[in-house]
Design a protein around this ligand. Structure first.
Ligand code: RB5
Length: 143
């Protein structure tokens, strides 16, 4: 079954979302685009909640969240117990967040990360497996 990735952004992340959605499709994923649908100012907690609810309801298996810095939207996402949202600015963080933390949502800041770095982080995050083992015990301790 093709994995579905829920993607959402506030106005700060909107432009980057339009770039990353086709990248995800090119990687072979289905995309559930939960907005925002334009550059008008919106509130990032609403979009973090939309992705969190999509995961909880089984409409998507993992997610991407984008805002200006990635900070607000990742804080908001991590308020939900089932979300392990990793804020990444580099591919090493994106990779280790999967291998060690089984992160299920990738957050990035469109105003602080270049487009090519964001594309690389996206690819690494969604193609890297969780290592399990001792890391599984630690992830379980968080829930
Ligand atoms: C919106 O101006 C901005 O505050 C938001 O995108 C994000 O950077 C918050 O953390």
């Amino acid at each position: 079954m093709t994995e579905t990735i829920a993607v959402a952004a506030d106005h700060g992340g909107y432009d980057l979302k339009t770039i990353l959605v086709p990248e995800l499709r090119a990687l072979g994923f289905d995309v559930l685009d939960l907005g925002t649908a334009g550059p008008e100012s919106v509130d990032y907690p609403d979009f973090a909640a939309a992705v969190a609810h999509a995961l909880l309801e089984g409409k998507a298996q993992r997610g991407v969240l984008l805002c200006g810095t990635g900070i607000g939207i990742s804080i908001a996402a991590n308020r939900f117990r089932h979300v392990r949202c990793a804020l990444a600015h580099d591919t090493t963080t994106a990779r280790l967040s999967r291998q060690h933390n089984d992160a299920n949502v990738l957050a990035m800041g469109a105003r602080v990360v270049g487009v090519e770095v964001a594309k690389d982080c996206l690819k690494v995050f969604f193609t890297t497996a969780f290592e399990g083992g001792r890391h599984a015990r630690r992830v379980a301790l968080m829930s």
